[in-house]
Design a protein around this ligand. Structure first.
Ligand code: HEM
Length: 424
Protein backbone atom coordinates (compact mmCIF):
# COMPACT_ATOMS: atom_id res chain seq x y z
CA UNK A 1 0.00 0.00 0.00
CA UNK A 2 1.41 3.43 -0.97
CA UNK A 3 2.55 5.77 1.78
CA UNK A 4 0.47 8.96 2.00
CA UNK A 5 2.10 12.34 1.40
CA UNK A 6 2.56 14.29 4.61
CA UNK A 7 0.67 17.58 4.68
CA UNK A 8 2.63 20.82 5.03
CA UNK A 9 1.90 24.52 5.44
CA UNK A 10 3.66 27.65 4.28
CA UNK A 11 2.79 29.37 7.58
CA UNK A 12 5.25 29.76 10.42
CA UNK A 13 4.06 28.57 13.84
CA UNK A 14 3.58 32.13 15.16
CA UNK A 15 1.38 33.05 12.18
CA UNK A 16 -1.15 30.32 12.91
CA UNK A 17 -4.52 31.39 14.36
CA UNK A 18 -6.60 28.39 15.41
CA UNK A 19 -9.31 30.70 16.77
CA UNK A 20 -9.95 32.19 13.33
CA UNK A 21 -12.68 30.36 11.34
CA UNK A 22 -10.94 31.38 8.12
CA UNK A 23 -7.98 29.20 9.12
CA UNK A 24 -10.29 26.18 8.81
CA UNK A 25 -11.05 27.07 5.17
CA UNK A 26 -7.38 27.01 4.13
CA UNK A 27 -6.20 24.26 1.78
CA UNK A 28 -3.22 23.62 4.06
CA UNK A 29 -5.27 23.13 7.24
CA UNK A 30 -4.00 19.55 7.72
CA UNK A 31 -0.43 20.84 7.44
CA UNK A 32 -1.27 23.56 9.96
CA UNK A 33 -2.55 21.05 12.51
CA UNK A 34 0.47 18.83 11.92
CA UNK A 35 2.89 21.70 12.53
CA UNK A 36 1.05 22.81 15.68
CA UNK A 37 0.87 19.26 17.06
CA UNK A 38 4.61 18.71 16.55
CA UNK A 39 5.89 22.08 17.69
CA UNK A 40 3.32 23.45 20.13
CA UNK A 41 1.03 20.56 21.09
CA UNK A 42 -0.54 22.56 23.92
CA UNK A 43 -0.74 26.27 23.18
CA UNK A 44 -2.86 29.29 23.98
CA UNK A 45 -4.89 30.78 21.13
CA UNK A 46 -6.72 34.05 20.91
CA UNK A 47 -10.42 34.21 20.11
CA UNK A 48 -11.91 36.10 17.19
CA UNK A 49 -15.29 37.88 17.14
CA UNK A 50 -17.84 35.12 16.50
CA UNK A 51 -21.05 35.85 14.60
CA UNK A 52 -21.08 39.46 15.82
CA UNK A 53 -20.21 38.65 19.45
CA UNK A 54 -17.26 40.10 21.30
CA UNK A 55 -14.28 37.71 21.40
CA UNK A 56 -13.72 35.79 24.65
CA UNK A 57 -10.48 35.59 26.64
CA UNK A 58 -8.81 32.87 24.53
CA UNK A 59 -8.39 29.11 24.97
CA UNK A 60 -5.90 26.31 25.37
CA UNK A 61 -5.57 24.15 22.27
CA UNK A 62 -4.84 20.44 22.76
CA UNK A 63 -3.77 18.58 19.62
CA UNK A 64 -2.28 15.29 20.89
CA UNK A 65 -4.36 12.13 21.18
CA UNK A 66 -3.17 11.38 24.73
CA UNK A 67 -3.95 14.87 26.11
CA UNK A 68 -7.39 14.85 24.48
CA UNK A 69 -8.18 11.42 25.95
CA UNK A 70 -7.09 12.49 29.45
CA UNK A 71 -9.12 15.70 29.45
CA UNK A 72 -12.13 13.91 27.99
CA UNK A 73 -12.11 11.36 30.80
CA UNK A 74 -11.59 13.83 33.66
CA UNK A 75 -15.03 15.47 33.65
CA UNK A 76 -14.67 16.65 37.26
CA UNK A 77 -11.79 18.95 36.32
CA UNK A 78 -12.88 19.69 32.77
CA UNK A 79 -16.57 20.51 32.68
CA UNK A 80 -19.03 20.63 29.76
CA UNK A 81 -20.57 23.66 31.44
CA UNK A 82 -21.28 26.35 30.41
CA UNK A 83 -20.74 25.47 26.73
CA UNK A 84 -18.92 23.04 24.44
CA UNK A 85 -18.17 25.46 21.59
CA UNK A 86 -15.39 28.05 21.90
CA UNK A 87 -17.70 31.09 22.23
CA UNK A 88 -20.29 30.85 25.01
CA UNK A 89 -23.37 31.43 22.85
CA UNK A 90 -26.58 32.18 24.77
CA UNK A 91 -28.09 28.82 23.78
CA UNK A 92 -28.19 25.44 25.47
CA UNK A 93 -28.61 21.95 24.11
CA UNK A 94 -29.40 19.39 26.76
CA UNK A 95 -27.08 16.64 27.94
CA UNK A 96 -24.07 17.84 26.00
CA UNK A 97 -23.92 20.88 28.31
CA UNK A 98 -24.41 18.98 31.59
CA UNK A 99 -22.02 17.17 33.93
CA UNK A 100 -22.62 13.99 35.91
CA UNK A 101 -24.61 13.14 37.99
CA UNK A 102 -27.40 15.19 36.34
CA UNK A 103 -26.04 14.28 32.90
CA UNK A 104 -26.20 10.57 33.70
CA UNK A 105 -29.88 10.71 34.67
CA UNK A 106 -30.86 12.52 31.49
CA UNK A 107 -28.70 10.40 29.22
CA UNK A 108 -30.32 7.26 30.61
CA UNK A 109 -33.70 8.43 29.32
CA UNK A 110 -32.65 8.11 25.69
CA UNK A 111 -29.90 5.53 26.00
CA UNK A 112 -32.25 2.64 25.31
CA UNK A 113 -33.16 4.16 21.94
CA UNK A 114 -29.51 3.85 20.85
CA UNK A 115 -28.32 0.47 22.15
CA UNK A 116 -26.64 -1.87 19.62
CA UNK A 117 -29.81 -4.02 19.73
CA UNK A 118 -32.02 -1.05 18.80
CA UNK A 119 -29.66 0.02 16.05
CA UNK A 120 -29.50 -3.57 14.80
CA UNK A 121 -33.27 -3.45 14.38
CA UNK A 122 -32.93 -0.36 12.17
CA UNK A 123 -30.34 -1.92 9.87
CA UNK A 124 -32.58 -3.17 7.07
CA UNK A 125 -34.57 0.05 7.04
CA UNK A 126 -31.47 2.28 6.81
CA UNK A 127 -29.98 0.25 3.93
CA UNK A 128 -33.34 0.37 2.17
CA UNK A 129 -33.58 4.17 2.61
CA UNK A 130 -30.02 4.53 1.24
CA UNK A 131 -30.89 2.50 -1.88
CA UNK A 132 -34.02 4.53 -2.51
CA UNK A 133 -32.24 7.88 -2.09
CA UNK A 134 -29.42 6.89 -4.45
CA UNK A 135 -31.75 5.37 -7.07
CA UNK A 136 -34.06 8.42 -7.02
CA UNK A 137 -31.13 10.82 -7.41
CA UNK A 138 -29.68 8.72 -10.22
CA UNK A 139 -33.03 8.65 -12.05
CA UNK A 140 -33.43 12.46 -11.74
CA UNK A 141 -29.88 12.95 -12.97
CA UNK A 142 -30.31 10.57 -15.93
CA UNK A 143 -33.54 12.37 -16.97
CA UNK A 144 -31.66 15.67 -16.95
CA UNK A 145 -28.73 14.32 -19.02
CA UNK A 146 -26.29 13.74 -16.12
CA UNK A 147 -25.51 17.36 -15.24
CA UNK A 148 -23.19 18.41 -12.42
CA UNK A 149 -25.21 18.22 -9.17
CA UNK A 150 -24.61 18.96 -5.50
CA UNK A 151 -24.05 15.60 -3.80
CA UNK A 152 -24.82 17.07 -0.36
CA UNK A 153 -28.35 18.24 -1.13
CA UNK A 154 -29.19 15.57 -3.74
CA UNK A 155 -27.97 12.55 -1.79
CA UNK A 156 -25.80 12.99 1.32
CA UNK A 157 -28.10 15.04 3.52
CA UNK A 158 -31.21 12.97 2.90
CA UNK A 159 -30.45 9.81 4.86
CA UNK A 160 -29.49 11.39 8.23
CA UNK A 161 -32.51 13.70 8.12
CA UNK A 162 -34.82 10.85 7.21
CA UNK A 163 -33.49 8.59 9.97
CA UNK A 164 -33.56 11.12 12.82
CA UNK A 165 -36.98 12.34 11.71
CA UNK A 166 -38.28 8.75 11.82
CA UNK A 167 -36.74 8.19 15.26
CA UNK A 168 -38.35 11.36 16.57
CA UNK A 169 -41.65 10.63 14.82
CA UNK A 170 -41.52 13.78 12.65
CA UNK A 171 -43.62 14.02 9.48
CA UNK A 172 -41.74 13.85 6.17
CA UNK A 173 -42.86 17.32 5.04
CA UNK A 174 -40.82 18.87 7.89
CA UNK A 175 -37.44 17.46 6.79
CA UNK A 176 -36.52 20.54 4.80
CA UNK A 177 -37.37 22.89 7.68
CA UNK A 178 -35.24 20.94 10.15
CA UNK A 179 -32.34 20.79 7.69
CA UNK A 180 -32.41 24.59 7.34
CA UNK A 181 -32.79 25.32 11.07
CA UNK A 182 -30.01 22.98 12.17
CA UNK A 183 -27.66 24.55 9.59
CA UNK A 184 -28.38 28.05 10.88
CA UNK A 185 -27.89 26.86 14.43
CA UNK A 186 -24.58 25.14 13.93
CA UNK A 187 -22.72 27.63 11.75
CA UNK A 188 -23.58 31.21 12.78
CA UNK A 189 -20.20 32.33 11.40
CA UNK A 190 -21.03 31.14 7.91
CA UNK A 191 -22.81 33.83 5.85
CA UNK A 192 -24.65 31.22 3.74
CA UNK A 193 -26.21 29.68 6.85
CA UNK A 194 -27.32 32.82 8.64
CA UNK A 195 -24.13 34.59 9.57
CA UNK A 196 -25.10 36.04 12.95
CA UNK A 197 -25.88 35.12 16.50
CA UNK A 198 -29.39 36.64 16.02
CA UNK A 199 -30.09 34.17 13.23
CA UNK A 200 -28.74 31.39 15.41
CA UNK A 201 -31.05 32.37 18.27
CA UNK A 202 -34.02 32.61 15.91
CA UNK A 203 -33.27 29.08 14.64
CA UNK A 204 -32.91 27.94 18.25
CA UNK A 205 -36.36 29.34 19.14
CA UNK A 206 -37.93 27.87 16.01
CA UNK A 207 -36.51 24.42 16.81
CA UNK A 208 -37.74 24.74 20.38
CA UNK A 209 -41.26 25.65 19.26
CA UNK A 210 -41.23 22.84 16.76
CA UNK A 211 -40.13 20.37 19.44
CA UNK A 212 -42.81 21.58 21.86
CA UNK A 213 -45.49 21.06 19.22
CA UNK A 214 -44.21 17.55 18.60
CA UNK A 215 -44.21 16.82 22.34
CA UNK A 216 -47.71 18.18 22.87
CA UNK A 217 -48.95 15.65 20.37
CA UNK A 218 -47.32 12.70 22.18
CA UNK A 219 -47.79 13.63 25.82
CA UNK A 220 -49.58 10.94 27.81
CA UNK A 221 -49.55 8.53 24.86
CA UNK A 222 -47.42 5.44 24.62
CA UNK A 223 -45.20 5.21 21.59
CA UNK A 224 -41.73 3.90 20.82
CA UNK A 225 -40.49 7.02 19.02
CA UNK A 226 -37.91 9.09 20.93
CA UNK A 227 -40.29 12.05 21.29
CA UNK A 228 -42.84 9.92 23.14
CA UNK A 229 -40.12 8.38 25.32
CA UNK A 230 -38.65 11.75 26.37
CA UNK A 231 -41.87 13.73 26.79
CA UNK A 232 -43.35 11.06 29.06
CA UNK A 233 -40.15 10.43 31.07
CA UNK A 234 -39.70 11.22 34.75
CA UNK A 235 -36.49 12.07 36.53
CA UNK A 236 -35.32 12.06 40.15
CA UNK A 237 -34.34 15.60 41.17
CA UNK A 238 -31.52 16.52 43.55
CA UNK A 239 -33.93 16.69 46.53
CA UNK A 240 -35.11 13.12 45.81
CA UNK A 241 -38.50 14.06 44.34
CA UNK A 242 -39.53 12.41 41.12
CA UNK A 243 -40.90 14.72 38.45
CA UNK A 244 -41.78 14.80 34.82
CA UNK A 245 -39.17 16.18 32.42
CA UNK A 246 -40.10 19.87 31.96
CA UNK A 247 -41.07 21.35 28.59
CA UNK A 248 -37.75 23.19 28.41
CA UNK A 249 -35.73 20.04 29.18
CA UNK A 250 -37.72 18.09 26.63
CA UNK A 251 -37.25 20.71 23.90
CA UNK A 252 -33.49 20.91 24.50
CA UNK A 253 -33.22 17.15 24.20
CA UNK A 254 -35.08 17.07 20.89
CA UNK A 255 -32.99 19.97 19.56
CA UNK A 256 -29.76 18.15 20.39
CA UNK A 257 -30.96 15.01 18.63
CA UNK A 258 -32.04 16.97 15.57
CA UNK A 259 -28.64 18.67 15.37
CA UNK A 260 -26.51 15.67 16.35
CA UNK A 261 -28.48 13.35 14.10
CA UNK A 262 -28.27 15.51 10.99
CA UNK A 263 -25.24 17.61 10.62
CA UNK A 264 -22.31 15.40 11.57
CA UNK A 265 -23.45 12.32 9.68
CA UNK A 266 -24.21 14.27 6.53
CA UNK A 267 -20.70 15.78 6.64
CA UNK A 268 -19.12 12.37 7.17
CA UNK A 269 -20.97 10.99 4.12
CA UNK A 270 -19.79 13.87 1.90
CA UNK A 271 -16.19 13.50 3.13
CA UNK A 272 -16.46 9.76 2.50
CA UNK A 273 -17.32 10.35 -1.16
CA UNK A 274 -14.25 12.57 -1.55
CA UNK A 275 -12.03 10.06 0.25
CA UNK A 276 -13.14 7.14 -1.93
CA UNK A 277 -12.74 9.28 -5.04
CA UNK A 278 -9.13 9.99 -4.03
CA UNK A 279 -8.47 6.39 -2.94
CA UNK A 280 -10.08 4.11 -5.54
CA UNK A 281 -8.30 1.06 -4.10
CA UNK A 282 -10.23 1.52 -0.84
CA UNK A 283 -13.46 1.68 -2.81
CA UNK A 284 -12.60 -1.67 -4.39
CA UNK A 285 -11.95 -3.08 -0.91
CA UNK A 286 -15.33 -1.84 0.28
CA UNK A 287 -17.09 -3.33 -2.73
CA UNK A 288 -15.44 -6.70 -2.16
CA UNK A 289 -17.42 -7.14 1.08
CA UNK A 290 -19.75 -4.16 1.59
CA UNK A 291 -21.87 -5.59 4.43
CA UNK A 292 -18.82 -6.39 6.57
CA UNK A 293 -16.57 -3.47 5.63
CA UNK A 294 -19.20 -0.71 5.76
CA UNK A 295 -18.97 -0.16 9.52
CA UNK A 296 -15.18 -0.32 9.56
CA UNK A 297 -15.07 2.15 6.66
CA UNK A 298 -17.40 4.46 8.56
CA UNK A 299 -14.98 4.60 11.49
CA UNK A 300 -12.02 5.40 9.25
CA UNK A 301 -14.05 8.16 7.58
CA UNK A 302 -14.97 9.64 10.96
CA UNK A 303 -11.30 9.50 11.99
CA UNK A 304 -10.02 11.00 8.74
CA UNK A 305 -12.72 13.64 8.33
CA UNK A 306 -13.41 14.40 12.01
CA UNK A 307 -16.81 15.99 11.32
CA UNK A 308 -16.82 17.35 14.88
CA UNK A 309 -13.56 19.30 14.85
CA UNK A 310 -13.42 20.19 18.51
CA UNK A 311 -15.13 20.19 21.85
CA UNK A 312 -14.44 22.67 24.60
CA UNK A 313 -14.25 22.07 28.31
CA UNK A 314 -13.91 24.62 31.11
CA UNK A 315 -11.49 24.01 34.00
CA UNK A 316 -13.31 23.75 37.34
CA UNK A 317 -10.02 24.15 39.26
CA UNK A 318 -6.33 24.80 38.64
CA UNK A 319 -4.83 21.78 36.86
CA UNK A 320 -1.95 20.59 34.74
CA UNK A 321 -2.30 19.31 31.18
CA UNK A 322 0.95 17.90 29.78
CA UNK A 323 3.47 20.43 31.08
CA UNK A 324 1.06 23.36 31.02
CA UNK A 325 -0.63 24.91 34.06
CA UNK A 326 -4.30 25.61 33.40
CA UNK A 327 -6.21 27.97 35.70
CA UNK A 328 -9.73 27.55 37.02
CA UNK A 329 -12.17 29.03 34.47
CA UNK A 330 -9.84 28.57 31.48
CA UNK A 331 -11.30 27.24 28.26
CA UNK A 332 -9.62 24.00 27.17
CA UNK A 333 -10.25 22.94 23.57
CA UNK A 334 -9.75 19.35 22.43
CA UNK A 335 -9.03 19.43 18.71
CA UNK A 336 -10.37 15.98 17.78
CA UNK A 337 -9.46 16.79 14.20
CA UNK A 338 -5.78 17.18 15.11
CA UNK A 339 -5.64 14.31 17.61
CA UNK A 340 -6.92 11.86 14.99
CA UNK A 341 -3.67 12.35 13.04
CA UNK A 342 -1.25 12.17 15.95
CA UNK A 343 1.83 10.32 14.63
CA UNK A 344 2.84 9.39 18.17
CA UNK A 345 -0.39 7.44 18.55
CA UNK A 346 -0.99 6.03 15.06
CA UNK A 347 1.18 4.66 12.26
CA UNK A 348 0.79 6.52 8.99
CA UNK A 349 -2.22 8.59 10.08
CA UNK A 350 -2.48 10.31 6.70
CA UNK A 351 -3.15 6.99 4.97
CA UNK A 352 -6.89 6.42 4.47
CA UNK A 353 -7.31 2.73 5.27
CA UNK A 354 -10.75 1.25 5.82
CA UNK A 355 -9.24 -1.96 7.22
CA UNK A 356 -7.54 -0.24 10.18
CA UNK A 357 -7.98 -2.28 13.29
CA UNK A 358 -8.16 -1.24 16.05
CA UNK A 359 -9.28 2.27 15.18
CA UNK A 360 -9.68 4.03 18.52
CA UNK A 361 -10.00 7.50 17.02
CA UNK A 362 -11.56 10.40 18.92
CA UNK A 363 -14.04 11.43 16.21
CA UNK A 364 -16.92 10.41 18.49
CA UNK A 365 -14.97 11.72 21.55
CA UNK A 366 -12.47 9.69 23.56
CA UNK A 367 -14.73 7.64 25.80
CA UNK A 368 -15.80 9.72 28.79
CA UNK A 369 -19.40 10.42 29.82
CA UNK A 370 -20.22 12.35 26.65
CA UNK A 371 -19.07 9.74 24.13
CA UNK A 372 -21.37 10.15 21.13
CA UNK A 373 -24.74 8.64 21.90
CA UNK A 374 -25.43 8.16 18.19
CA UNK A 375 -22.10 6.55 17.23
CA UNK A 376 -23.58 3.13 16.28
CA UNK A 377 -26.37 4.79 14.33
CA UNK A 378 -23.89 7.10 12.56
CA UNK A 379 -21.68 4.12 11.60
CA UNK A 380 -24.70 2.32 10.20
CA UNK A 381 -25.84 5.31 8.12
CA UNK A 382 -22.40 6.28 6.81
CA UNK A 383 -21.53 2.68 5.91
CA UNK A 384 -24.88 1.98 4.26
CA UNK A 385 -24.81 5.16 2.20
CA UNK A 386 -21.22 4.88 1.01
CA UNK A 387 -21.47 1.20 0.17
CA UNK A 388 -24.69 1.91 -1.76
CA UNK A 389 -23.06 4.80 -3.64
CA UNK A 390 -20.06 2.61 -4.48
CA UNK A 391 -22.31 -0.25 -5.69
CA UNK A 392 -24.94 1.69 -7.62
CA UNK A 393 -22.98 4.70 -8.86
CA UNK A 394 -19.70 3.19 -10.08
CA UNK A 395 -19.08 6.11 -12.45
CA UNK A 396 -19.64 8.88 -9.90
CA UNK A 397 -17.10 11.62 -10.47
CA UNK A 398 -16.22 14.41 -8.04
CA UNK A 399 -16.03 17.42 -10.35
CA UNK A 400 -14.84 20.14 -7.97
CA UNK A 401 -13.52 20.76 -4.47
CA UNK A 402 -15.90 20.46 -1.50
CA UNK A 403 -17.25 23.82 -0.32
CA UNK A 404 -16.48 23.93 3.41
CA UNK A 405 -18.53 25.48 6.20
CA UNK A 406 -17.02 28.57 7.85
CA UNK A 407 -16.95 27.43 11.46
CA UNK A 408 -14.46 26.22 14.03
CA UNK A 409 -16.49 23.45 15.56
CA UNK A 410 -17.49 21.34 12.53
CA UNK A 411 -15.59 20.06 9.56
CA UNK A 412 -18.62 20.66 7.42
CA UNK A 413 -19.18 20.27 3.69
CA UNK A 414 -21.92 22.57 2.42
CA UNK A 415 -21.70 21.52 -1.23
CA UNK A 416 -19.90 18.88 -3.23
CA UNK A 417 -20.10 19.08 -7.04
CA UNK A 418 -20.35 15.66 -8.66
CA UNK A 419 -21.61 13.95 -11.76
CA UNK A 420 -23.50 10.83 -10.72
CA UNK A 421 -22.95 8.97 -14.02
CA UNK A 422 -24.69 5.84 -15.21
CA UNK A 423 -26.04 3.44 -12.60
CA UNK A 424 -24.67 -0.09 -12.28
C1 HEM B 1 -20.42 11.10 12.06
C2 HEM B 1 -21.38 11.37 12.89
C3 HEM B 1 -21.20 11.86 14.29
C4 HEM B 1 -20.09 12.40 14.89
C5 HEM B 1 -18.71 12.63 14.29
C6 HEM B 1 -20.47 12.72 16.25
C7 HEM B 1 -19.61 13.24 17.19
C8 HEM B 1 -19.92 13.45 18.51
C9 HEM B 1 -18.99 13.88 19.51
C10 HEM B 1 -17.52 14.20 19.27
C11 HEM B 1 -19.66 13.96 20.69
C12 HEM B 1 -19.05 14.27 22.05
C13 HEM B 1 -19.30 15.61 22.59
C14 HEM B 1 -18.39 15.95 23.73
O1 HEM B 1 -17.23 15.47 23.78
O2 HEM B 1 -18.82 16.74 24.58
C15 HEM B 1 -21.04 13.60 20.41
C16 HEM B 1 -22.06 13.61 21.35
C17 HEM B 1 -23.36 13.35 21.04
N1 HEM B 1 -23.86 12.87 19.85
FE1 HEM B 1 -22.81 12.51 18.18
N2 HEM B 1 -21.79 12.40 16.43
C18 HEM B 1 -22.28 11.86 15.26
C19 HEM B 1 -23.56 11.39 15.03
C20 HEM B 1 -24.58 11.42 15.93
C21 HEM B 1 -25.94 10.96 15.68
C22 HEM B 1 -26.41 10.28 14.40
C23 HEM B 1 -26.65 11.24 16.81
C24 HEM B 1 -28.10 11.00 17.16
C25 HEM B 1 -29.02 10.62 16.44
C26 HEM B 1 -25.75 11.87 17.76
C27 HEM B 1 -26.11 12.30 19.01
C28 HEM B 1 -25.22 12.75 19.96
C29 HEM B 1 -25.63 13.14 21.30
C30 HEM B 1 -27.05 13.13 21.85
C31 HEM B 1 -24.46 13.52 21.98
C32 HEM B 1 -24.35 14.03 23.40
C33 HEM B 1 -23.97 12.91 24.30
C34 HEM B 1 -23.75 13.37 25.72
O3 HEM B 1 -23.49 14.54 25.97
O4 HEM B 1 -23.84 12.50 26.60
N3 HEM B 1 -24.51 11.95 17.19
N4 HEM B 1 -21.18 13.28 19.09
Amino acid sequence: MATATLPVTSLALEEIELGNPDTMLRDDIDGIFRLVRRQRPIGFDREFPAAGMEPGPGFWSLTRHGDVARVNADWETFSNLPAVGIPTYPTKTSIISMDPPVHTKFRLIVNRGFTPRMIGRLKEQVWEHARRIVDDAAARSADAGDPEVDFVTEVGAKLPTMVIAALLGMPAEDHELIYRLTNTFIAPSDPEYGGSVEQMLAADRAMEEYALGLGEDRRGKSGDDLTSIIVNASITREDGTREHVTDKEFAEFVKLLMIGGNETTRNAIAHGVVLFDRNPGQRTLLLADPERRATQAADEIVRYASPVSLMRRTATRDATVGDVAVREGDKVVMWYRAANFDEEWLDEPYRFDITRHPNDHVGFAAGGPHFCLGASLARLEIGAMLATVAERLPHLEVTGPPVKMRTLSSHGVKHLPVRLGRTA
